[in-house]
Design a protein around this ligand. Structure first.
Ligand SMILES: O=C[C@H](O)COP(=O)(O)O
Length: 251
């Protein structure tokens, strides 16, 4: 099964509405036609209407960085999957390591968010990855697969195109230190093998597995050489439209 490379830019807590508009304009102006990969941007919630307005009817899709596990109601500060769907979101990140670390999100909560996203037609980008001490202890694969198992508890995607897994080693996020292409491929392969056991080999063959952690134009092409690595979840290098475009053209 062919899997289309996905480059998703996670802006995290950056940009104003004016900056978001300028980024969208610059990316649309610079994007090759046709573009060889799928491109998406994941802004903070308040920027979604602006991004939607700028990107509607373009090849660039958009999504959110988190979602509530609740349907709707008295949950101050939460944003519902149906609200994201209403804003035209295609994707939503769940279980980013920053949310796991700073808001103590558990695997069970991440799985509930992924299920809620799917209920509303959003594609969850389920993030997993080990901290440095786990990698140094040689336990990275076992740790990450256990995290994945918990984060996909009860998650049944209707087809493989409706689920994305992002491997983001915690020690590589925002540090300038990237996993080697071999390490990224080893983990992506292990994730796919696990998906084949948990779902079916056909399903696993269609799920996109992204790498994330200090991706930049200079290292992306070699990371993508891993046959099981299907794209990138990009933080810092997605903020600047020119650098982001350089990633899209590296594919
Ligand atoms: O979601 C994106 C990741 O956290 C990677 O961030 P980074 O590219 O700034 O290391």
């Amino acid at each position: 099964m062919t899997r289309r490379v996905l480059i998703a830019g996670n802006w995290k807590m950056h940009k104003t509405t004016a900056e978001a508009r300028a980024w969208c304009r610059a990316v649309l102006d610079g994007l090759p036609d046709p573009v060889a990969c799928e491109v998406a941007v994941l802004p903070a919630y308040p920027l979604l209407p602006v991004v939607r307005e700028a990107l509607e009817n373009s090849p660039v899709r958009w999504g959110a960085q988190d979602v509530s596990a609740h349907e709707e109601g008295a949950y101050t500060g939460e944003v519902a999957a149906r609200q994201l769907a209403d804003l035209g979101c295609a994707y939503v990140v769940v279980g980013h390591s920053e949310r796991r670390a700073y808001w103590k999100e558990s695997n069970a909560l991440v799985a509930a968010k992924a299920r809620k996203a799917l209920e509303h037609g959003l594609v969850p980008i389920v993030c997993v990855g080990e901290p440095l001490e786990v990698r140094e202890a040689g336990e990275a694969v076992a740790f990450t697969l256990a995290q994945l198992e918990g984060s996909l508890e009860g998650v049944e995607a209707p087809d493989p195109g409706r689920l994305v897994v992002a491997y983001e080693p915690v020690w590589a996020i925002g540090t300038g230190r990237t996993a080697t292409p071999e390490d990224a491929q080893e983990m992506a392969r292990a994730i796919r093998d696990w998906l084949a056991r948990r779902y079916t080999p056909e399903f696993a063959a269609g799920v996109r597995v992204l790498y994330g952690g200090s991706i930049k134009p200079g290292n992306f092409a070699e990371i993508l050489e891993g046959p099981d690595v299907d794209g990138g979840l990009v933080g810092g290098a997605s903020l600047d439209a020119t650098r982001f475009l350089a990633l899209a053209t590296a594919v």
